[in-house]
Design a protein around this ligand. Structure first.
Ligand code: FES
Ligand SMILES: [Fe+2]
Length: 464
């Protein structure tokens, strides 16, 4: 009997008949390799090889800012002459939090007994210490390299000798766009948050079947054709939808290990302005559209999205809204308001039930999801590929190798691949003809897009 129970705990069982609730066993096993990120865990060491965002510039004012990243309690501050510091939060003396410290020109002084720390962790002053050459002046407090880029503060928490260059991707450097930073906290493990962008079918349901339709009314009932393709820095998950007499093609990108790029939405039935070529009408009048690429480009604006763990049960989205420079403020505010709908828990419960958003479906899965309960379908291809690539990266670092994403050609900006476009799609006779044409179109666009940026033979990833 004991053996049977043990067996059931590790092998989730679905019901095999109607009203079979009694038979269902859900696993409680979490995938520790992919989900746990404290120092010394395989995934924690992997994520530590990359620069990670940890605060908005606006959160670090004249006061220290306390936060947690990858399970480490940290304090972020700006000296009185403007230099940034990221230090372990607990004072080296007797552990008071430096969030109650006094900021100086050179660093921060602990609020308890006045130990004074430089931004690189050197101990500048140990008040009332009478022994010359005391060990306190010969040790360092824990500190990390830090830099600031367009309103977001990044730190490198990995081994000092492995510190990579800070990567500048093309979406961080587009001349005709502004980067508007955001931070959305979530009270669940980072992995279930990160997977959401490689799951394009949820646009048809979560974002289209309730009262608030974040991608416009067009997407309801439009079931996409979904594929995934490897890129030099990660993967793209593509989705092709028929909307009236056009195909709407979205290419969501994952840059390993934890940065996603999501293109902008169709707005009010029109194609994305920067991706239109030739004359454009509205709604069903859209005719004869071709796609064109923008170089350099963020390929349709939209969002960049890091997901970083605070700890194993809390995480944060960081990134930028990429918006046209010449956009009127009111239009920009409305665009951002629509995108941010449902990204955090800060709404009344019944409103969240009536119009759920990304936060509600991601966090409601549980604090750390036991993934062997999943029943993956072909629509989950991008998610499956991401898990596979993540495991590969984790194991590469564990064997002292260079993981995908770090091993990029040293060029600035680094090309990325997220994109959205429309193409004309006169109705075809049969479902089989339609399926064949969509498959051909998707393959052609991806091959073209990938070949354009880097010499690279695209490898289509098949469902497993
Ligand atoms: S606890 Fe910080 S100086 Fe004593
Ligand atoms: Fe979403």
């Amino acid at each position: 009997m004991a053996d049977t129970l043990k067996e059931n705990r590790v092998r989730p069982q679905p019901a095999s008949r109607p009203f079979g609730g009694y038979e269902v066993v859900r696993s409680t096993n979490i995938d520790e390799e992919l989900t746990l990120t404290d120092k010394g865990t395989p995934c924690g060491e992997y994520l530590r090889r990359f620069w990670q965002p940890l605060a908005l510039s606006s959160q670090v004012s004249d006061l220290p800012f306390a936060t947690r990243l990858l399970g480490e309690d940290l304090v972020v501050f700006r000296t009185r002459v403007g230099q940034l510091g990221v230090l372990h939060k607990q004072c080296s003396h007797r552990g008071a939090s430096l969030e109650f410290g006094l900021i100086s020109d050179e660093g921060i002084r602990c609020g308890y007994h006045g130990w004074h720390f430089a931004t690189d962790g050197r101990i500048l002053d140990v008040p009332a210490e009478t022994k010359p050459g005391s060990y306190a002046r010969r040790i360092c407090h824990g500190a990390y390299p830090v830099l600031e880029y367009k309103g977001i503060i990044f730190a490198y928490l990995g081994p000092p000798d492995e510190k990579p260059e800070f990567p500048i991707y093309d979406f961080m450097d587009a001349v005709d766009e502004d980067c508007v930073p955001y931070c959305w906290p979530l009270d669940c493990n980072w992995l279930q948050v990160r997977e959401n962008t490689q799951d394009p079918i949820h646009l048809t349901f979560l974002h289209s079947m309730f009262g608030i339709k974040q991608f416009g009314a067009n997407l309801a009932n439009a079931i996409p054709y979904i594929r995934a393709h490897e890129t030099p820095i990660g993967q793209v998950t593509t989705s092709v939808r028929r909307l009236g007499d056009i195909y709407y093609i979205r290419i969501n990108e994952m840059i390993m290990p934890n940065v996603a790029r999501v293109p902008d939405a169709l707005r009010e039935g029109r194609a994305i302005p920067n991706n239109e070529a030739d004359a454009v009408g509205t709604g069903s009048e859209i005719r004869a559209l071709k796609y064109k690429r923008l170089v350099p480009s963020s390929h349709g604006m939209g969002l960049s999205m890091w997901v970083v763990p605070n700890d194993n049960e809390n995480s944060m989205f960081f990134g930028w809204h990429h918006v046209p420079k010449d956009e009127p403020q009111a239009v920009r505010d409305e665009r951002i308001r629509q995108v941010e709908h449902g990204q955090t828990r800060d709404r009344p419960y019944h409103e969240r039930q009536r119009n759920p958003g990304d936060y509600d479906v991601i966090a409601s899965q549980g604090r750390i999801v036991a993934r062997d309960n999943d029943k993956l379908t072909s629509a989950d291809l991008g998610v499956g590929v991401y898990r596979h690539q993540l495991r590969e990266g984790i194991r590469t670092v564990a064997q002292n190798g260079k993981p995908k994403g770090l091993d990029v050609a040293r060029q600035a900006p680094i090309p990325t691949y997220a994109y959205a476009l429309v193409r004309s799609a006169p109705p075809l006779g049969s479902d089989a003809e339609e399926a064949e044409r969509v498959a051909r179109l998707e393959k052609e666009i991806v091959a073209d897009l990938l070949a354009f940026h880097l010499p690279h033979t695209p490898r289509t990833l098949e469902p497993v």
